[in-house]
Structure formats: structure tokens, C-alpha cells
Design a protein around this ligand. Structure first.
Ligand SMILES: [Ca+2]
Ligand SMILES: [Ca+2]
Length: 173
């Protein structure tokens, strides 16, 4: 067998192999980038919650006007703080990442009492665009429902452990 024939056979075998794989040469795997994947934050407004009777009773008593006032107050404080120490470069860097992912327990527990009120919780729970922090009726309902769903000891507040469960989107059955 001469060299040319051998090459032709090899080329034909390769073509057959490619055909067997679907006819397209395999694309190289994308090179992993150094940029860490942003943490996907659970969106509590993405589902309905079935509350246990005791949780539902607390939910029914929730002062929604106070909730809105507290929540919007924290939003305004955050915007003021961002304007005071933010610069354009920071805003551009953060534009592609979920700002909720960067929130720590200390960011949320505004009065440092080791518990979250519904208003404190909503700063994490609400997926809103900058400058448009007001909640829709459905968002508000599901956020407050989820608060009482994850308040497992029914004391009307979220402990850090209860909040961790909320942040994971645990299904409590
Ligand atoms: Ca608190
Ligand atoms: Ca609790």
C-alpha cells in the first residue's frame, strides 16, 4: 500500500467517524473563565406558599402599611448610601450581577437585634430594579407569605437560621 492510498483510507475513516458522530466536527469545550459564576439567589416571589394555620394567623395580622413604610424607608437609605459612596465604575461592575447575592445578614438586620422583620427581610426578598423599588401586589403578597412560611418557630421574626432556609428556598412541606 503506498502512502497516498494510506492517507486516502485514513481520511475516509475520519470522514466516516465524523458522520457517525452526527456529521459535525466536535467543537472544542469553551475555555473556563476566571470570573466566578454569580450566586443564583432564590426569588421568594416565584411561587405560592401554603401556610400552616398558626403561620396563616400571624400572616393575617401582619400590618401591611407598616411593612411598606419600613421596606421603602430602608430602600431610600440604601439609595442615599449608594449615591454617597458609589462611583460610575462600581455601578458598571455590579450591573451584571444580582445585587441580592451580595447582601449579608448584617446588611439586612438593620437594628442589629439578630432577627429580621418583614421589612428587613424584603430588602433581600424583593427582586427590584434600581430606582423602581415599589412592589407589585403579587410580589408583596408572596414576599410576606414567604416570611411567615419560613418563620418556623412562629415568633413573627426570622432568625438567621430561618433566613438561611428562606435564602435556599427550602421546601418545608
Ligand atoms: Ca432586625
Ligand atoms: Ca422566627
Amino acid at each position: 500500500m503506498n502512502t497516498l492510498t494510506t492517507k486516502t483510507i485514513l481520511a475516509s475513516s475520519l470522514a466516516l467517524a465524523l458522520t457517525a458522530c452526527g456529521g459535525e466536527p466536535q467543537q472544542p469545550e469553551p475555555t473556563p473563565t476566571a470570573t466566578p459564576t454569580p450566586v443564583a439567589e432564590y426569588d421568594p416571589a416565584s411561587r405560592d406558599y401554603t401556610l400552616a394555620p398558626e403561620a396563616q394567623a400571624l400572616r393575617d395580622e401582619a400590618d401591611m402599611a407598616a411593612f411598606r413604610e419600613e421596606y421603602m424607608g430602608y430602600r431610600q437609605e440604601n439609595e442615599t448610601a449608594a449615591t454617597a459612596d458609589g462611583d460610575a465604575a462600581d455601578a458598571a461592575t455590579q450591573a451584571d450581577t444580582d445585587p441580592r447575592a451580595g447582601l449579608s445578614w448584617a446588611d439586612l438586620d438593620r437594628n442589629d437585634d439578630a432577627h429580621l422583620t418583614p421589612g428587613e427581610y424584603a430588602i433581600w426578598a424583593a427582586t427590584v430594579e434600581q430606582g423602581n423599588a415599589e412592589l407589585t401586589d403579587e410580589q408583596e403578597k408572596r414576599i410576606v407569605d414567604s416570611f411567615y412560611y419560613y418563620d418556623q418557630n412562629r415568633d413573627g421574626e426570622l432568625s438567621q437560621r430561618e433566613f438561611t432556609s428562606a435564602r435556599r428556598g427550602d421546601d418545608l412541606g
